[in-house]
Ligand binder design. Structure first.
Ligand code: BEZ
Length: 253
């Protein structure tokens, strides 16, 4: 998950990422005062919400750029720089929370991340999370793959979007019991006339890394936008075709 984030853009134009996270927090059953780790906390906005709800919250993220924002905005909260698939805490926590993060972790690395979460939780502790589920951004990635192919570049899906069944199996293998799972569509409005292009620029970086020519990158973006206008542009607003996988699991022992 070594992404170099444009932290300003992420915070200003994509605030929906943490705004939608508020309803995921509601799934946490631990009492106020319980310790909660915000895994992949980004700019810390949801770590702050957890703190305001009465939890003893700390954040963990791999990105130094986003952690600089988080520490600047919330100096009273502890933020740890570490990879979600390679961390350990000094003291286990009552709950681990994660919003819009786990799809960044390769399928092959998910068991390592789940082992870290398991070790970070007290027995009976809750793992509450939401991320991109099966079919997430299907229209966007299908269009990108077609346009990349037309330009004779490979397009490898840079995210992991599992089904409920697949992820439940990973959780059970890692020593969790699944208590809640739902997969649902959540079309998400993007900001501005360039909303779709901006979203792709911010989030779909790896496939574009092979392209040296800026003009060709812009051409691919323009062609993708054109091909998606019929499906994802309505009444002057661009939408990203999000599908969310929201789950709760508890550490068995
Ligand atoms: C998501 O939240 O589902 C997501 C965001 C950016 C890239 C891929 C997925």
């Amino acid at each position: 998950m070594n992404i170099k984030w444009d932290s300003g853009k992420y915070t200003s134009d994509f605030s929906f990422v943490h705004e939608y996270g508020n309803s995921v927090i509601e799934l946490i059953e631990a009492e106020k005062g319980a310790s909660v780790l915000d895994l992949g906390c980004g700019n810390g906005a949801l770590t702050k919400v957890l703190q305001d709800k009465g939890y003893c919250a700390k954040g963990l993220d791999a990105s130094p750029e986003l952690l600089t924002i988080a520490r600047g905005n919330y100096p009273h909260i502890e933020f740890i720089q570490a990879d979600a698939a390679d961390f350990s805490l000094e003291e286990p926590v009552d709950a681990v929370f994660s919003n819009a993060v786990l799809h960044w972790i390769d399928k092959a690395w998910q068991p390592r991340m789940l082992a870290c979460v398991h070790r970070a939780l007290k027995p009976g502790g809750e793992f509450v999370f939401e991320f991109g589920g099966h079919g997430n951004n299907r229209q966007i990635h299908t269009a990108l793959a077609e346009i990349f192919a037309a330009h004779e570049y490979p397009y490898q899906m840079p995210f992991y979007f599992p089904t409920i069944g697949e992820y439940a199996a990973l959780l059970e293998t890692a020593g969790f019991q699944v208590r809640y799972a739902v997969l649902f569509d959540r079309p998400t409005a993007l900001k501005g006339e360039d909303g779709l292009k901006d979203w792709i620029r911010l989030f779909v970086k790896t496939p574009f890394a092979v392209l040296q020519d800026e003009q060709e990158k812009e051409a691919i973006l323009a062609e993708t936008e054109k091909s998606l206008r019929g499906g994802l542009y309505q009444d002057g607003i661009w939408y990203a075709d999000y599908v969310r996988l929201r789950m709760k699991a508890v550490r068995l022992k």
